[in-house]
Structures are given as C-alpha cells and as structure tokens.
Design a protein around this ligand. Sequence first.
Ligand code: ASP
Length: 337
Amino acid sequence: MPICALALSMVLIAGCQASSVIAQEGNAVSSESEQPEWRLVIHGGAGVILRENMTAEREAAYTAALETALEAGATVLRDGGSAVDAVQAAVIPMEDDPLFNAGQGAVFTAAAEHELDASIMSGAERDAGAVAGVKRVKNPILAARAVMDQSEHVMFAGAGADVFAESVGIEMVDNSYFDTDRRRQSLERVLRERVRNDADRHGTVGAVAIDQFGNLAAATTTGGMTAKAAGRIGDSPLIGAATYAQNGVCAVSATGHGEYFIRVAVAKTICARVELAGESVGDAAQNALDQVAELGGDGGVVVIDGNGEYEYVFNSKGMYRGMIDPEGMETAIFEQE
Ligand code: ASP
C-alpha cells in the first residue's frame, strides 16, 4: 500500500472503529453524534425520468408507492425491529406494485418471460442471500432472505432457486402473474426496433437502513432489462455489485445498467472507500458512479453510513427515491428536487 494511503487509512481506522463499537455494543444512537434513532432510505429505480413526460396522476402514484414502502419499513424500525427486516419490509410493497420493475410489473425477457433477481445483506455479520433468474417466486426478496437464513449458501440461480424457495414455503405464482400490458408493449417495441431505451429497465427497487442498535442492511430486487437474453443476470442479485452492508461502514442498494455496475463492483467499492479512504458515503458513491460513467453506464445508489448519514447519488435524469426517520419522510423523483 502506498505510504499516503496507509497513513490515511490509519487515521481513518480510528473513526471507523469507533462507529463499529457503537454498532457491536448494540447501543441506541448516541445524541452526541446526532445520529437518527433509525433511518430507512429507498429507491424505485433510476433513469431518464423527466417532469415533462410525467402526468400528475402518475407522479402522485409513484409518490404514494414510495410512501407506502417507506412506512412499511419504518413500522419495523419504530418498534425496535432490525434493519434487515426493515429493508425487506420496504421492498415487498414495491415488488407487489406494477409501477416498479421488481415483482408484478417486471420487464419481459426476449423469450417473453420474467426472470427476477434479488439480494439482501445484513451488516452485523455480513450475512447475505441472493436469488437470480427466479421465475415463480412472488416476492423474490423473501427467497433471497431465505437463502441467507435457511441455507448454508449465499446465492441460488435459475430453476434450483425456485425449487429452494418452494421447499421453504415461500409463495409461488405462475410466471404470467408478473405480466403487465405496459411491459409487454415495451418488449414488443424493443424487439421491433432493436433499441432498448433507458425506460426499458428502470423500476428496480431497493432499500438501505440503520436500526436502533446501529445495524445496517441493504436489499435490492429487479426484473432486469426489457428483452434481456434468457439467463442474463445483472448486478441486482450480486453482493458487492448492487447490494452491500457492513456495520459501522455503510449500506448500499444500486440501480442502473447492471453490466457496468458489476464491472465496477459499485456497492463494495463505495463501502471500501468509506472504510479505507474515510470518504463520506456521498463522495464514495459519486466516485463509484463516476467510474460507471467512464465505462459508459448510468444509474444511481442509495447509501447510508454507520452514523445514519445518507445520500441519493445518481448520474441519470432522475431516480424514484425517499427517506424516513423519526423526524419525518421525504420523497423525490426528478433530478432537481
Ligand atoms: N440493475 C438492473 C439490471 O441491470 C436494472 C436497473 O436497475 O435498472 O438488471
């Protein structure tokens, strides 16, 4: 390691360890650090989301959906529940809402099916679970959670992932459950014009949270990209690409052009920069997204650190996003808000 980096990390380790200790001791948030008692931050996908293309009704529907997800997660955190339960609780209503590209309302593959990806990570022990390419799990985040809690593995893919989910009692549906007219029209257009625009993927959902005991967690679910090849897996189910959580450091959930997010290992890169270079989550996220942009990709992240500091960072024209803590709730959609 270059001397400057070594010196920098030695200075920073002191700060990082301090916050780790807070988390490990399970202390509620200390008023000295002005940490929120708990906090949840969510996204519902990033992309070219322009005010001029959005009707008032649609904007209101997205805002209401974000509020529903925030409230679902906050209910867990308010009652002293865990960050990992909260991110799961926030993701489920977005998976169930056809506005998003997650469960129902997910995009179609080129084979006119749906293949869903999800991952979840708990920062306390860095436990993680993920599923890729599931076709029959109603709520993919529950399958990811079951992989984490009920298997010795971190990731299941394809038919085996569906079989595993069914074997642990998770609700299964026919693949047509995920169909919506809007996504079918997108598929037909992409197959006809052979061009995928950015709206053909956005709507991935995700959440990060800190609970009353300082634990961090992250979760992400997606249907991927319209007309993706059967078997294509993006960043969303990959721990370290779209999802990462490490107590005392940071939690990240990402959305965007998955191939680029995988190549930059966006979520882990952000947390490594926070941990080793002492950057704020905002600076670290900006750095990682700059790397994505250099390679030609776009998208965004929600990030939170071990003190509850949070940021939404995106290099696209908008991102469905929101935050809730004991002080209140906020939501936003467009670039300038
Ligand atoms: N990251 C997702 C994927 O590439 C898509 C998105 O987040 O917009 O599958």
